[in-house]
Design a protein. Structure first.
Length: 276
């Protein structure tokens, strides 16, 4: 095609400015068509001057029929290939495949857009759960804590669920390596547990334990992860390092910390209610 657009990995970041790959959009599209067994249709698109990513994204079923695609299955397959971000992901894989995980993470591309981020606690090598930040991207989940720093690829996740007990909601993510437990405190249940330990009676502890309604925020995490798993987005970069912990220590730690904080809250409330 005339005036082919040259795409490049060149970035404003000095650390990756020396890594550069140039390839035309037409070459990328040809590779994409070949990957999806559609090479035979390339000449037809080039002839009609619609062989560009932006134009292909805008084509409708009727447009393809006018171009001579009489078979419904072929039209649906082509439309599906350009109705989502798959072509952009494919393009990025071609352009940035020589970059390291750290260099690629600095690029302004869809896979680096933060979808959700929250503070959690995670049980690492210590008996006490570490604090940190859990960040969700379209192809990976990143944990950065006081001790551990690692990545869970979305395409390696086997199961994701939520467990609620005594004021603590747990986001359980099972991948091909292990089961990861991320804890988030439910302040209402925490207060009830503290009231029970502070002399409020077993009914308060019972309410704390029975308060197993998933927290809205942590439930949203589960829903988003499940949706991303359906897309089967891949991540093949470095997964970081993680210190192994003894089995069950995280859950026990989370409950102990929850109860201790609850007791403190209870006594603070009691002292404010009965001034000397």
């Amino acid at each position: 095609m005339e005036n082919q657009e040259l795409l490049s990995t060149e970035s404003n970041d000095n650390s990756i400015s020396n890594i550069k790959k140039e390839i035309s959009e037409e070459e990328i599209l040809k590779l994409y068509f070949e990957k999806n067994n559609l090479s035979e249709f390339i000449p037809k698109f080039i002839e009609q001057k619609v062989f560009s990513i932006e134009i292909l994204k805008e084509l409708s079923d009727s447009d393809l029929e006018k171009l001579g695609f009489s078979i419904l299955g072929e039209r649906k397959k082509i439309l599906k290939l350009f109705s989502n971000n798959e072509i952009e992901k494919f393009k990025n894989e071609i352009l940035y495949k020589d970059l390291s995980t750290e260099e690629r993470a600095k690029l302004d591309i869809p896979e680096n857009k933060i979808l959700k981020q929250n503070k959690f606690r995670y049980s690492g090598a210590s008996i006490f759960a570490e604090s940190g930040t859990l960040t969700l991207f379209e192809n990976r989940i990143v944990w950065k804590g006081d001790v551990n720093s690692f990545i869970i690829p979305i395409n390696k996740i086997l199961d994701v669920s939520i467990k609620n007990s005594a004021g603590t909601s747990v986001l359980k993510i099972s991948d091909d390596v292990k089961v990861h437990d991320f804890y988030m405190v439910d302040r209402v249940s925490l207060g009830l547990a503290g009231a029970a330990m502070g002399g409020g009676g077993l009914e308060y502890m019972g309410l704390a334990i029975m308060n197993d309604k998933p927290m809205t925020d942590i439930e949203y995490w589960r829903v988003l992860i499940e949706k991303l798993r359906e897309k089967e987005t891949s991540y093949d970069g470095d997964r970081g390092k993680q210190i192994q912990e003894s089995s069950g220590s995280g859950c026990v730690t989370a409950v102990i910390v929850t109860i201790i904080i609850g007791i403190i809250i209870y006594f603070v409330v009691m002292m404010n209610s009965f001034p000397f």
